[in-house]
Every structure is written in C-alpha cells, then in structure tokens.
Design a protein around this ligand. Structure first.
Ligand code: HEM
Length: 582
C-alpha cells in the first residue's frame, strides 16, 4: 500500500496509466496556449471561409463546419479555465488576449490567470509530479527529463509572455521544484509515510544524501552502529536483527531494492549484482556457479600460485611497504589472470594506467555516487577486447561468462558479458585486498594471535614445505579463524553493525580468533577466551541467500594461500611510529 497525494488509482488502472501520466500532464500544460492558437486559427479560418463563400459558390462548407466546431470547442475550454479568476474577483489580470480572440467568438468577460494563480497552478502540477513519483517511482531518464525539466519548461511558456524569458523560466522552475521538494519533505516526515513508525534522525528521513554524506567520509559503519544504539534495531530502512536476515535476503526473501538498479554498472546492460528479477538473476548466475565450482577452482590455481609468489617477493624486496596498496596490486593482477587469462602487470609496473585506483574508487562509490563506468573501462582495456577476440587457452572466468563451454543455449549479449567482467574485477579484487589488509593489520595489532597463527603455519609448512600448495588448509582451523574475523569487510554497514552487536558475539569489538575454533581446539593459555553468545546466523560477511557472494570459495583459497606463504617467508611488523589504534 502506498500513500500519495491525490486520489489513489487502483492498481490495474494505475498500471495501465503508467507511462501515460507524463504525457497527460504535459498535454494539460500545453493545452492552454495551444488551444488559444487553435482558436485564433479556427476563427480566422471561419472568417476566410465566410469571405470565400461570398466570392464563390463552390465553397468548402464542410471545412467551414469543421472550423466552427473546433472554434466552439476551444471557446468552451477557455471559458471554463477563465471563469476561475472571474469568480475570485481578481484585480490584476494578465490581459494578453490577442486581438483575433477578442474579435472572435470568445465570450465576453473572459480573462486570463494572474501570475499568482499561475504559480499556484504550477505548484499543483508539482504535487501531481510528486504523486507520480510516489506511485510509480520512475527512474528512467526520459521520464525524469519530462517530469523535472520539460513539464516546468512547458509551464513557463505563459509566464514568458508577460515577464520575459529569464524571469518567466526562473519563476516557474523555482515554483515547480520548490513545491516538489517541499511536498516530498513534508510527506517523508509526516505520519502518513509508510516508514513513519521507524525512528531515525530527521535528515535521514528526508534524504538519502544524509547517508551519502557520511559514506563519503568513510564512517558509514560507525555512524550506523551509533544510530542503532540510539534508536534500536530498526533505524529507517536498516535493520540490526539477525532473525530478519533470512526474511530479507533468504531464498524466499524480498527482491533486491531499487538502488541496485541504479547501482548497476551499466543501466542498459546490468551486471549480475544489479539484477532485481529473481528468475533473470538465477539464469545469469548459472555461468558464475559453473565458474566457481570445486572442479573449476583448480583452473585458477596456477595463476594464484604465480601471483602469490610474485606478491611475497615484492614484499621481501622492500623494507618498508604500503601493504594495502601492494595487496590491491596483487589482487588486481590475480583477478586479471583468473578472468582474462592474463594481461595485467601492475605488481611489476605499478598502477600507471590508474585502473586499480578506478576499481578502488568504484567500490567506494557504491555507497556514495552509484553510477559507474568501470566495467566499460576494464572491458575496453586491451586485455578485455583481446580476450574476446581469441579463444581461451585456459578455462578462465571469461570462458564461463562468455558461454565458451556452450552450456547455455543462447550466448549472453557482449554488453552483458562486459558488465559481468567489470563486476568480476571490482568484486574480486577490491574485496579480497581490503580483507587481506585488515587481517594483516589485526595480526600486527595483536601479537599473540600472530604468534599462534605462525605456529600453525610452521607446523604444516616448515621452511622447506611448499606453502603455495593449499592441501593442508583444511587441517588449519586457526588460519580459517583468523580470516573470519569480521573486521572492516567491505560489506554493507548493517552487516558491520550485526557483527559488532554484543547480542550476537561476546566482546564484539575484540579481535578474538579463538571464538571461531571448536572448544577442543582453543588455546587455554590464550588471553580472554570468548565466552558466551556466538550467533553464527548473524555472521554474513559474504551476504546470504540467492544473492550471496559467488566468489566466496575463490576468495577463501586466495587469502589462505597468500597468508600461509607470507607467514612462511616473512616476519611482518608495523613500521616504526605507525599509529596503531586497534
Ligand atoms: C573477501 C573477499 C570477498 C568478500 C568479503 C565479498 C563479499 C560479497 C558480498 C557481501 C556480496 C553481496 C553483495 C550484496 O548483494 O549486497 C558479494 C557479491 C558478489 N561477489 Fe563477492 N566478496 C569477496 C570476494 C569475491 C571474489 C573473489 C569474487 C570473484 C569474482 C566475487 C564476486 C562476487 C559477485 C559476482 C557478487 C554478486 C553476486 C550476485 O549478485 O549474485 N566476490 N560479495
């Protein structure tokens, strides 16, 4: 159910009218000037016809009849419009009636609207526009263009006649948009809004720019958590309650929100993550599932081993290193290999084309300015196009996305393959780099955990052991426990709040890897072992339900290999003077 201004149109009728409304609105706005023109033209035609009839007996009487009919219709319409100011007894009239009109069949006493009344009419149109937005939530550019620009532009034509172009246009646009914004604001904070019973800061109720502003500063997770503490588990459209996760995101959960459509990398060619239709999503997800099946994961291992060795060598060569930057270079090179079978050498050449920065910026912009051009940039880069031209030498991710295995009856259009490739680069590199950096940061900030993990790595991968071979990973519970520390993962803020909720995890802000171990594996000498609540249902760093992370298994293998190899070969520590606030 929706609350809107004006009359609630029944769903069936409303749906049918959908799309026609802007046209109806525009027609209404255009009617006034255009009917006058019709009327002038028609009355002239009548006069011409009458003169012609006098001159010739072969006059087109049908034409004259038609012209009279149109004239009468126009007169009727204008009479109705013009009786409003008469009734209001307004002193100040805009008398712009052309001569032809006053001479024509216009009824005596007909007058035009005053400027004030015209502004009122414009404000009323803005309310109708608000109702349209509220009812159908249009997001497509043509409709937005019509509603936000064309409608006020059309409305301004009458004022222009009396006030000049600049003043007429400025006044109409100001009246229209100020009325629209005021109407939206009042509605959003009113008790009629469907979310009225969910508390939250006033600004958050009024506009999403509130969150955007906070996200730009990189503190969205902290502010959201504070809001949950202040207002409770439901703060204006965000929930911090593990029990609603399945209802929201489970197989029978809600469809993805509208923002995903806008977030979609290319509106016309949406990537997997931007699909809101369940059936379409399931269809497009099939190649991804094949690409990350247990058997297919083996295909990425040679690239992973090569890139992890190169990454650790890069760290070894430098005494002081910006770990987060290097991690981004590493994951970018690896994803490029895994996706296109190679082509990127940013670990060697650094990010000279700015692509790594672009993916990083793009991921950050998900919470700020959601449109993105990165998929096209990535795809149009030499390696994307080159890979499209040649048959695959390895079963890279593109092999599956481009249906080179022939499993799907129909190939996906190249625009969609490009969009999914861009998504793979962003979702597969930035996430893993950030998680890896966070793990290393936490290890360095908590030496006791570092020592414990080092002991486990030394046990399974002694100096002469092959630390690039993931065969022991399943016997290394501490490695997994460390990776599962839910700190700073680049997931949505409510997830961060869920993970940091003391009702889900004891000592939620503490870096306690022990909590992820079975009781028998826990080190009894470790400080402050986690006692109490441990709600794994509330733990969703890779999201949950049908839209969860398809790349989870690849990410886990990647992080485990790089961590074991790093810990076997390197002794990491914070740089002198590093401000560790963990
Ligand atoms: C530690 C690393 C990673 C984390 C924490 C992570 C997290 C997530 C999360 C939370 C989502 C759900 C987004 C949402 O709907 O709100 C997601 C989706 C996705 N992730 Fe990951 N991810 C990681 C690594 C990867 C990797 C390596 C890939 C490989 C390409 C990948 C590919 C994807 C894709 C394609 C989706 C969209 C799935 C869909 O909409 O059906 N991710 N990821």
């Amino acid at each position: 159910m929706r609350f809107g201004f004006g009359v609630e149109v029944g769903v069936g009728v409303g749906e049918q009218l959908k799309g026609f409304f802007p046209i109806i609105l525009l027609t209404a706005l255009w009617t006034l000037p255009s009917f006058r023109k019709v009327q002038i033209a028609a009355s002239e035609r009548v006069q011409r016809c009458t003169r012609a009839r006098r001159r010739s007996s072969r006059v087109d009487s049908a034409c004259a009849k038609m012209a009279r009919y149109v004239t009468n219709l126009a007169s009727m319409f204008i009479r109705r419009l013009h009786t409003i100011p008469q009734r209001c007894r307004l002193k100040h009239l805009v008398s712009d009636t052309p001569k032809a009109l006053s001479r024509g069949p216009m009824p005596s006493g007909t007058r035009s609207l005053t400027t004030n009344q015209w502004m009122l009419a414009v404000a009323a149109c803005a309310l109708v526009t608000h109702w349209i937005f509220n009812r159908w939530e249009p997001t497509d550019i043509p409709t937005l263009f019509i509603l936000l620009l064309l409608a006020p532009a059309a409305a301004s034509t009458l004022l222009i006649q009396h006030h000049g172009v600049t003043y007429g246009v400025a006044l109409t646009f100001f009246t229209y948009h100020a009325s629209l914004l005021s109407s939206i604001t009042v509605y959003r904070i009113s008790p009629f809004h469907p979310l009225a019973r969910y508390p939250g800061p006033l600004l958050a109720k009024v506009t999403r720019w509130y969150l955007t502003f906070i996200a730009v500063g990189g503190r969205q997770h902290v502010v959201t958590r504070r809001l949950f503490e202040q207002y409770g588990d439901a703060v204006r459209i965000q929930f911090r309650d593990a029990s609603v996760l399945q209802t929201m995101m489970g197989p029978k959960g809600m469809p993805k929100g509208l923002m995903w459509q806008v977030r979609s990398l290319e509106a016309a060619s949406p990537a997997l993550i931007g699909l809101r239709d369940n059936a379409e999503h399931a269809r497009r997800q099939r190649p991804w599932n094949r690409a990350f099946s247990t058997a297919a994961l083996k295909n990425y291992e040679p690239a992973l081993i090569k890139r992890v060795s190169q990454f650790v060598r890069l760290l070894e060569e430098q005494k002081h290193v910006d770990f987060a930057h290097c991690a981004h270079l590493f994951t970018f090179d690896f994803m490029s290999d895994a996706l296109f079978g190679g082509g990127s050498e940013v670990m060697q050449d650094d990010d000279k084309d700015g692509e790594v920065h672009l993916t990083h910026r793009d991921f950050t912009s998900l919470n700020t300015f959601p449109r993105s051009d990165v998929s096209q940039v990535i795809f149009r880069s030499n390696r994307g196009v080159a890979r499209l031209m040649k048959a695959s030498s390895t079963k890279d991710l593109f092999y599956w996305l481009n249906n080179e295995d022939g499993s799907e009856e129909e190939d996906l259009p190249k625009g969609l393959v490009a969009a999914d490739s861009g998504l793979a680069m962003i979702a597969g590199s930035d996430t893993t780099a950030r998680t890896l950096s966070t793990i290393v940061y936490c290890l360095l900030a908590h030496p006791e955990t570092y020592v414990r993990l080092q002991t486990e790595v030394d046990q399974f991968y002694p100096p002469e052991g092959d630390s690039l071979d993931p065969k022991h990973h399943t016997s290394m519970p501490y490695l997994e426990a460390v990776i599962f520390i839910p700190e700073w993962t680049s997931v949505r803020a409510p997830t961060w709040s869920l993970h940091r909720d003391a009702r889900n995890f004891a000592q939620p802000d503490a870096f306690l890897s022990e909590r992820w171990l079975a009781p028998e594996d826990r080190d009894t000498t470790a400080p402050a072992g986690p006692e109490g609540v441990h709600n794994t249902r509330a733990f969703v760093p890779f999201s949950c339900g049908p839209w969860n992370c398809v790349g989870k298994n690849l990410a886990m293998v990647e992080m485990k290999v790089v961590l074991t190899h790093m810990l076997q070969r390197l002794r990491l520590r914070f740089e002198e003077g590093f401000d560790c606030v963990a």
